[in-house]
Design a protein. Structure first.
Length: 71
C-alpha cells in the first residue's frame, strides 16, 4: 500500500523499513504516516536542506536537535 501511494502521488518518496501507515478512520480513506528517524538521519536530512545544527542535547530516548536556517 505504501509503495502504491508513492507511485500514484508521483513523489520521490519511497517507504523504508520501520515506516508505519495506520488507518485513522475506517469510514474514510484517512491514514497516518510515521517514519522513526534516528538522530543522525534527521541531522543529515536537515543539513542537506541547507540548515545547520544550532543546538543538540542527547537525552536518553529523546534527543533534541535545534536547527537554524543560517543567513
Amino acid at each position: 500500500m505504501a509503495w502504491l501511494s508513492a507511485v500514484i502521488s508521483g513523489s520521490d518518496w519511497r517507504p523504508e523499513r520501520g515506516d508505519m501507515i495506520l488507518p485513522l478512520d475506517p469510514a474514510r480513506p484517512l491514514f497516518h504516516y510515521e517514519h522513526p528517524f534516528a538522530p543522525s538521519e534527521i541531522e543529515a536530512e536537515a543539513v542537506a536542506a541547507g540548515l545547520r545544527v544550532a543546538h543538540r542535547c542527547d537525552y536518553p530516548n529523546t534527543p533534541v536537535i535545534v536547527f537554524d536556517v543560517g543567513g
